[in-house]
Design a binder for this molecule. Structure first.
Ligand code: ZN
Length: 163
């Protein structure tokens, strides 16, 4: 059905009550379970034509996964990202972009290799990670990106003047 192309839906199981919900790729606020009203993990797919609506204008920070079907490391990173989206329910939205179906995005974000991960906050790139990494590393990277108001230089260690 072509009418469904504008807003795609992903089936997500509620962590709280186990009900399967159809979660829209674009929504105000954060998706909630139709049964128990707890927040649901938000995982969507986007391409050139709908990336702006799904990722750049999202109501919460977005973790973008640029991946490809032929990419072995992507198959290890994708479950880790879904785990993070599940752990950070209501905090981030995971948006997957198949680079082969999104040449304009690949060019715009200068994707040289897959997987490449971005954190978008208010449509701006707050962090970028190229290549696969273990989930613990990705979790720390994500939390750092969410904690910083803007990417900035680390503060040099303060040196005490001898008095
Ligand atoms: Zn529920």
């Amino acid at each position: 059905m072509t009418a469904d192309a504008a807003v795609r839906r992903t089936v997500v199981t509620c962590l709280h009550c186990g009900k399967r919900n159809r979660v829209p790729s674009v929504a105000d606020g954060v998706p909630r379970c139709g049964n128990c009203h707890h927040s649901l993990p938000w995982i969507a797919e986007a391409a050139d034509d709908d990336f702006a609506a799904i990722a750049e204008r999202a109501s919460i920070p977005v973790l973008v996964d640029f991946w490809a079907t032929w990419c072995g490391p992507c198959r290890m990173v994708s479950p880790a990202l879904e785990q993070l989206a599940t752990e950070r329910v209501g905090v981030i939205k995971l948006v997957k972009v198949d680079v082969d179906g999104a040449p304009a995005l690949g060019q715009r974000f200068q994707i040289q290799a897959v997987p490449t991960l971005l954190v978008l906050r208010g449509g701006e790139v707050a962090a970028r990670q190229a290549g696969a990494a273990p989930v613990a590393v990705l979790r720390r990277w994500l939390d750092d990106a969410l904690a910083e108001p803007k990417p900035s230089e680390p503060n040099p260690p303060a040196e005490k003047e001898p008095s």
